[in-house]
Design a protein around this ligand. Structure first.
Ligand SMILES: [Zn+2]
Length: 439
């Protein structure tokens, strides 16, 4: 079998510190060996690539992704999967999974989709019909009657019922049935919208679902061997999701020390997703709402200029709070991953790698830790830590060759010209390595 041998690599393996002058051998779809020093056993037919100090690292893993989002904004209604036909949304999703792979993301975990689009996109990728990363399909977003998804983004007089991304459920049995049905339709992970807040509005203190509903949803998913994730921003909501055994806690804006203990006990993974909020604030705080009649409000509801200013101020307070608690949670051992609401008005699809630089520069997380979030921890979230996420013998060869050192400057991951090669399962989906081939 033909092998690819990468020598002279600056190896960032997703686990330990970087190592210089490492040789990695890829055979078939897996990594055959990782050894210090030059290649010693090249055979005829092997492709030997001398990276001469360039970086070899695991393919990145994005753990909050909405394939159908395209310039999506809650300011235009109806939204949440009703902004286009299912066919158009599917075509956007096809485009965006390809884009994610082209950006170096070899695995992507969805955070909700309308019209059961994710499972078909996942299957189309696995069948080789379209290019894309390893995709974990999400359910629709389970909400409860009258909560922020049901009532605020989808005004009652639209009479939208269960259309688009939203699916209403009430009572423990209602949630159990909804989770089972979403899994039957192909979801790998089930999403619940547990509290309002995050990004466009303050977290507040409310929880939209009862502890019994949360526990029923988590149990129903786990009994079918699937995972469950929650959009949740309020302190009480984060606490109750962790206690209910949610695998993934999205946003967690107002988590505190008690939440951190509960998260550690439950073994949940947190998606801080702060880049969207930062972008939202940079746009909204530049608008003079008191004097601008046509200002974007971010939500399809009637809101006075003063209320908008108050809302933005609340989001700013949450953001500064989250910026202080995320490093604390990280230091306490809470596993974190990257991923955010790309495809929205303030944060475009394709900007994925900017998140890594953001957590280093704006939140103060060490570069090596951010790399772990974006590789090893993502694989753990998918329950595939033994096969993906790091560079080690026997794992799938999901690899990037980077002309630069992300630990010195994370921005190099945002530059397509510096991503010299992208390998998924031993296959090079991008290959600009001919100049470095020595055999
Ligand atoms: Zn989202």
């Amino acid at each position: 079998m033909e092998r690819s041998i990468f020598t002279g690599a600056n190896l960032i393996d997703g686990e330990g510190p970087a190592r210089r002058d490492v040789t990695v051998v890829v055979e078939g779809e897996r990594i055959a060996s990782v050894v210090e020093g030059p290649a010693s056993d090249a055979r005829p037919g092997d492709r030997v690539i001398d990276l001469a100090g360039r970086t070899l690292m695991p393919g990145l893993i994005l753990c909050h992704f909405h394939g159908t989002f395209h310039d999506f904004t809650t300011g235009k209604a109806p939204a949440l999967g009703l902004e286009h036909t299912p066919a158009i949304l599917t075509l956007f999703a096809e485009q965006h999974v390809k884009l994610a792979l082209d950006c170096g993301f070899t695995s992507v975990v969805s955070a909700s989709c309308p019209h059961r689009i994710d499972p078909s996109i996942r299957d189309a990728i696995d069948l080789g019909l379209i290019p894309g990363p390893r995709l974990w399909a999400a359910s629709r977003e389970l909400c409860s009657s009258g909560d922020v998804v049901d009532a605020q983004n989808r005004l009652w007089h639209y009479e939208l019922g269960n259309g688009g991304t939203a699916r209403k459920a009430d009572g423990p049995e209602g949630f159990r049935a909804a989770v089972r049905e979403e899994i039957a339709w192909g979801a790998d992970i089930v999403k619940l919208n547990v509290s309002g807040g995050h990004g466009v509005a303050p977290a507040g203190e409310l929880v939209s679902m009862s502890p019994e509903e949360l526990s029923a949803a988590a149990e129903a998913a786990h009994l079918r061997g699937k995972k469950v994730r929650a959009h949740v921003a309020s302190r009480q909501g984060v606490l109750e999701c962790a206690r209910a055994g949610f695998d993934v806690i999205d946003h967690a804006d107002r988590m505190d020390a008690e939440c951190i203990d509960a998260i550690l006990e439950a073994g949940s993974i947190v998606v801080p997703s702060m880049l969207y909020t930062q972008r939202f604030l940079s746009v909204m705080e530049a608008i003079d709402f008191e004097n601008e009649a046509q200002a974007m409000t971010g939500m399809p509801r009637i809101e006075s200029a003063r209320q908008t200013v108050e809302r933005v101020r609340g989001v700013r307070e949450d953001f500064e709070y989250t910026r202080s608690i995320v490093p604390e949670a990280h230091a306490a051992g809470v596993p974190m991953v990257i991923g955010d609401d790309y495809g929205t008005a303030v944060l475009g699809q394709g900007e994925y790698a900017k998140e890594l630089e953001f957590y280093v520069k704006d939140v103060g997380i060490a570069p090596l830790d951010v790399i772990r979030w974006a590789t090893r921890n993502g694989a753990e979230l998918m329950g595939r830590g033994a096969e993906l996420g790091t560079i080690a013998e026997g794992k799938y060869a999901d690899l990037l060759v980077v002309d630069g050192d992300p630990l010195a400057d994370m921005a190099c991951l945002q530059d397509g010209d510096k991503l010299l090669a992208i390998m998924k399962g031993g296959l090079l989906v991008k290959d600009q390595l001919d100049a470095f081939a020595i055999g």
